[in-house]
Design a protein around this ligand. Sequence first.
Ligand code: NAD
Length: 499
Amino acid sequence: MTHVTHWIGGKPWTGASAAHRGDIYNPATGQVSGTVDFASAAEVDAAVQAAAAAFPGWRDTSLVKRAGVMFAFRELVRARQADIAALISAEHGKVASDAAGEVARGLEVVEFACGIPHLLKGGFSENVSTGVDAYSIRQPLGVVAGITPFNFPAMVPMWMFPLAIACGNTFVLKPSEKDPSASLLLAELLAEAGLPDGVFNVVHGGKEAVDALLASPEVRAVSFVGSTPVARYVWEHGAAAGKRVQALGGAKNHMVVLPDADLDLAADAAVSAGFGSAGERCMAISVLVAVDPVGDELVAKIAERVARLRVGPGHDERSEMGPLVTAAHRDKVASYLDSGVREGAVLAIDGRDHPVTGGAADGFWLGPSVLDHVTPPMGCYRDEIFGPVLSVVRAPSYAGAMAVINGNPYGNGTAIFTNDGGAARRFTSEVEVGMVGINVPIPVPMAFYSFGGWKSSLFGDTHVHGTEGVHFYTRGKAVTSRWLDPSHGGVNLGFPVNG
Ligand code: NAD
């Protein structure tokens, strides 16, 4: 049994023992594998105070030294990638290769943050008025917090802290209580990379810890990733307390297949993007919009592929899909198969019948399912299911498909499969979604672009990482300077004008 505690001031927390703890499960066995301490307001305050104390020294650390820590951290994470992936797989359930993939995508943000000396270059204008120069600089905010979901226990924190820290801020991370161990290994590696104590802290727990971060006057900005109701809550309460907030919420991602598409490639993509990580990805394809007349053929091709998928424990390298994160989540996801049928959908593939290879009977298993002939009023369409259930909506035309997507309250990711460049270009322009794939089912932007959705998938106005991330974690200053000489003498009460 592991015991996971907070990381405060450069070391594991040794203060008062936790009043509340949560169980950590191995989803492939259904057994409790450890416990995690839940932070009270006092422990959150200890982390915030450690971060506040470390801020002046870290802010004044040269850009080159800050970048140097990121370069060292990158090498350490690369060396321990398999260990981080194994921790993720054991607590989240995803297959180890997928867990290694999320570490690799997180590393891209670390690599972006290594370029911080370039990213923080301001502008300079000589002689904006006679003998007067103007320039702009960007400075860190102070203590910033990150609150992250269960589905990417390494990558989503790495969307946030490398850039925040490289910009000169100090950081308090509140990861998901369901799979907390990866964040502690990342904290150890940051310390090994030479990050001073207190610059990066981790507090575990749930709503109480989140509320304490939102209430803390020292916390200047909050990055949140999770479900839409909590994203809205964090945004409202954080903004009311005067903080910057970027809060990324849930999703319902549509993949449109036009009649001219290669249906084999489209079926491959739908299965990969619908069932990878058991559909527990904010960029998973959860709705396939088949434009007439391709629906029947596409569903048949998907069924062939799904039948061959190997579901099993994440540590077995032959497994392609692991269990769901908890029993309660598995049961909730499965309930949509029944409610969908009650509301008129056709259960084309029932994942409850899918074989599980090598898994313990009590694991949180649910195989891949397809609900066909789904329509927008149905609960299985309206709700974010966040599991291995692909809904197929039939649309009569491109315009009908577009109306479905733009009528949905979420706007995280979407994709179109077609060989018609004009149709793809029109789709990109018209769709009200933040991240668009053309023949790419999961269009997660590279670290040097920014990640974020529209509508109910994002509260606040700044996406994460890329240049928007740099902006979020810094504030701008414009400086006007004149080096005086005797010719500048004389009092003038008029408004300064340029000359
Ligand atoms: P969640 O909203 O339940 O939890 C996210 C974080 O908020 C966790 O740290 C959790 O401890 C905390 N939290 C939970 N309930 C809270 C409450 N009532 N008050 C304050 N804090 C609370 O999300 P989850 O189940 O961990 O993750 C899955 C969700 O995250 C899905 O909706 C998925 O779409 C979303 N997600 C979105 C993105 C994105 O980029 N938009 C990325 C990954 C996941």
